[in-house]
Design a protein around this ligand. Sequence first.
Ligand SMILES: Cc1cc2nc3c(=O)[nH]c(=O)nc-3n(C[C@H](O)[C@H](O)[C@H](O)COP(=O)(O)O)c2cc1C
Length: 167
Amino acid sequence: MKELNIMEATAYTSPNPLTLICSLNENGTTNLAPICFVSYLSFNPPMIGFAAGKQSHTGKRVRETGKVIVTVPGKSLADTVMACGSSTGATTNKVVENHIEMKAVDGSDIRIPVDTRLAIVATLQQSVDVGDHILHICQVDKFLGDEDRKGLYAWNGFGKVAPAAEG
Ligand SMILES: Cc1cc2nc3c(=O)[nH]c(=O)nc-3n(C[C@H](O)[C@H](O)[C@H](O)COP(=O)(O)O)c2cc1C
């Protein structure tokens, strides 16, 4: 075996889970950011966690509002997901810039893309400093699924997004 750095290792675990994290901007609009550092953490109560870079607007807003919707994007959003990963909600309205069709979620002020396979509506419980990221530990309020939509995964580490069947 050969020794790898962490970026090389992420290519070995591909396809990696991919989420598009939806959070609330200060002005009430929704911000979107692709995040692969995500995991289920507990069955009972259902809990999930995601790690966002310390500079991420998503992380800042989830810590300020205590609310998040973690989504698995549908396959029509492949290019959109990559675009949302190259700008920040601190200065850009990514939904408007990328012409993303959104829909409301009952009981939440945060909206989600129409082409969503799974939406996990969650409340922040704890945030933990982890190296250059902050881990957000959240309790799940509800899971909403649409099995007819094909979900996206991250390939080549985080370099490309595509459905899993492609591999
Ligand atoms: C496929 C993919 C996966 C990513 N995974 C993460 C991640 O797990 N954590 C993270 O902090 N940023 C991740 N990023 C980068 C963020 O999406 C990017 O920094 C984004 O601009 C943050 O937007 P925000 O400032 O609006 O939160 C990923 C980007 C891509 C394209």
